[in-house]
Design a binder for this molecule. Structure first.
Ligand code: AMP
Length: 234
């Protein structure tokens, strides 16, 4: 089963995607995380991506599509994938259809996470990232056990450079202009798209998403790679 988490910056895609994947065989494929890892390692892709990311702009489609294609090619064919932060433009979505078809896959579910803009701005301002393992915390609704320290690897938590207020406004604008049209793109596909509000707690969001994915699973054969993770969590 291939699931896309779609929604504006700060709505909780990364947190929810990581929780869905935890303890399951789902692959959480977060393009922002892959780009940040490339930046840390100083790869040519990371160097090219840096200027776009720091300005709150999108990295060019062809770079992102090639990166995702590579990442998918290394997965077992039956492993479920949760796409987080991808696709972000209609050309990326069209390219994803082609890449998935070549691998005998398709987009099975698009979960749109929605929240009012003031909630998003507050969330992003409170977001803390781990440069060591990529975990995400938030001073408002997902606090680390020890202030400023990653629960998972003990690194000092930092604010992402593109979470600065002036960059966040641009990212929200870019979302509205370039990514929101994807809702219409997927809406025409026979019930593949579902919507959920992302303003509540992390746990509420996770329960809601799992319920939506289970409904899909129960209306057809069990999704490969999805049942373990979705079935065993409360
Ligand atoms: P995220 O962690 O998903 O908020 O992504 C952080 C930044 O990485 C974005 O603001 C973009 O600059 C870049 N990025 C991540 N995913 C994509 C994508 N699918 N297409 C273009 N740029 C992306």
């Amino acid at each position: 089963m291939n699931v896309i988490l779609l929604g504006p910056p700060g709505v909780g895609k990364g947190t929810q995607g990581a929780l869905l994947a935890e303890g399951s065989s789902w692959k959480h494929m977060a393009t922002g995380d892959i780009l940040r890892a490339n930046r840390r390692e100083g790869t040519p892709l990371g160097q090219e991506a840096r200027k776009h990311m720091d300005a709150g702009e999108l990295v060019p489609d062809e770079l992102i599509v090639a990166m995702v294609k590579d990442a998918l090619a290394s997965l077992p064919p039956d492993q479920g994938v949760i796409f987080d932060g991808f696709p972000r433009t209609v050309p990326q979505a069209q390219a994803l259809d082609g890449v998935l078809a070549d691998l005998g896959r398709k987009v099975d579910r698009v979960v749109v996470l929605e929240a009012d803009e003031d909630v998003l701005v507050k969330r992003i301002a409170g977001r803390l990232n781990c440069p060591g393992c990529g975990s995400v915390f938030n001073v408002h609704n997902n606090t680390p056990a020890v202030e400023g320290i990653c629960d998972n690897c003990g690194s000092d938590l930092v604010h992402r450079p593109d979470d600065r207020p002036e960059t966040v406004r641009n990212r929200l604008e870019v979302y509205r202009e370039q990514t929101e049209p994807l809702i219409r793109f997927y809406e025409g596909r026979g019930g593949v798209l579902v919507r959920i509000r992302g303003e509540g707690s992390v746990e509420e969001g996770q329960r809601g998403i799992r319920k939506l994915l289970e409904q899909e699973a129960s209306s057809g054969p069990p999704p490969t790679g999805a049942s373990e993770g979705l079935g065993t969590r409360a």
